[in-house]
Ligand binder design. Structure first.
Ligand SMILES: [Zn+2]
Length: 253
């Protein structure tokens, strides 16, 4: 029986739609290794985690060691031009990745800058979903991601953090996804449980994914925020598991 305010059972399956393995230095000062991440996942019933890291070798090594636990995204910088496109194609053709990660803040480009277009075209051609960090001005605002999604209606975008920590951006993330059917929302690092419920009501309960953003955030805290959001048990099952499973086309978990 569902008890509001309690963790959903650790044996109910979950998929983490956004996290990282490896170290992030400078101001971040966070890290988690692949084995440690797998231990956390096993404890909490997380069957698979979608991972990315600025150094793709870190991601690919974790995925190679634990192919059932990790799905890799290629983190590419659009400023690298053709080199980035070639890398995406190479990794996709080798079936080493299952999507593209864009981090407009980290790599300092506006989300809908024309330098992004060749990467989006290459990802779209291979039906690779595009995960875009959101929530930090001036580069990664929901409106810019919306404009990118409008320009590429056949590409599939995940707005990672659904606006992140600022209420105005969170509201814009919901409104942008409501207007654009090719945007899905991922809720890690977003502090307002009520906005998880609102996103499900206004955008659709099939368009929201749960994520931990480990090691920046803790799995348990991110889980609890979704758990107390007011979603019905059937909606929690979709947000924690069913939606991202269908989105990624996974039949093996
Ligand atoms: Zn992240």
């Amino acid at each position: 029986m569902h008890q509001p305010g309690r963790y959903i059972p650790s044996d109910s399956p979950k998929i983490d739609a956004h996290a990282h393995v490896g170290a992030f230095g400078s101001w971040c000062g966070v890290s988690v290794g692949a084995e440690e991440m797998c231990e956390i996942m096993a404890r909490l019933g997380v069957k698979r985690t979608i991972i990315s890291h600025p150094d793709n070798r870190t991601t690919l090594e974790a995925q190679r060691r634990r192919p059932d636990q990790f799905a890799a995204l290629a983190w590419l910088n659009p400023a690298d031009g053709e080199t980035a496109v070639h890398k995406l194609v190479e990794l996709a053709e080798a079936k080493q990745i299952q999507g593209l990660k864009l981090h407009p803040l980290f790599n300092a480009f506006v989300a809908d800058d024309e330098c992004v277009f060749p990467l989006v075209e290459a990802a779209q051609k291979r039906d690779l979903p595009i995960f875009v960090h959101s929530g930090h001005p001036p580069f990664s605002l929901p409106w810019s991601i919306g404009q990118l999604a409008e320009r590429f209606p056949a590409a599939r975008f995940v707005m990672v953090h659904m606006g992140h920590g600022h209420g105005v951006y969170i509201q814009a993330a919901i409104e942008t996804a409501r207007r654009r059917e090719n945007i899905w929302l991922e809720n890690s690092g977003m502090p307002m449980p009520g906005k998880i419920l609102e996103a499900c009501r206004r955008v659709g309960s099939e368009r929201l994914f749960w994520g931990s953003d480990a090691p920046f955030h803790r799995h348990e805290a991110e889980m609890l925020r979704t758990e107390v959001s007011g979603l019905a048990p059937s909606e929690l099952e979709k947000v924690f598991y069913g939606n991202i499973k269908a989105f990624m086309g996974w039949r093996d978990i």
